[in-house]
Design a protein around this ligand. Sequence first.
Ligand code: F3S
Length: 76
Amino acid sequence: STYVSVNKEACIACGSCNSVAPDIFDLDDDGIAEVIYEGDKNQGITIISQDLQEELQEAIESCPTQCILLAEVPFA
Ligand code: F3S
């Protein structure tokens, strides 16, 4: 299983992750990305479903600052 969270301090608001994987990432009022999947609120405590793994990988690869963080265990 996979957990994901955005390091918002390193995000440069390019918006790519939201374009590639809108079910997982949204942009806040400053354009900084956050995980919104199933109400996660960027806590990284929600398992991303299997059918979204491809989108997730694409989003990670598309991020210019590599601030989308993955983990096998919850972030919080
Ligand atoms: Fe930010 Fe990377 Fe997304 S820079 S907007 S987390 S693609």
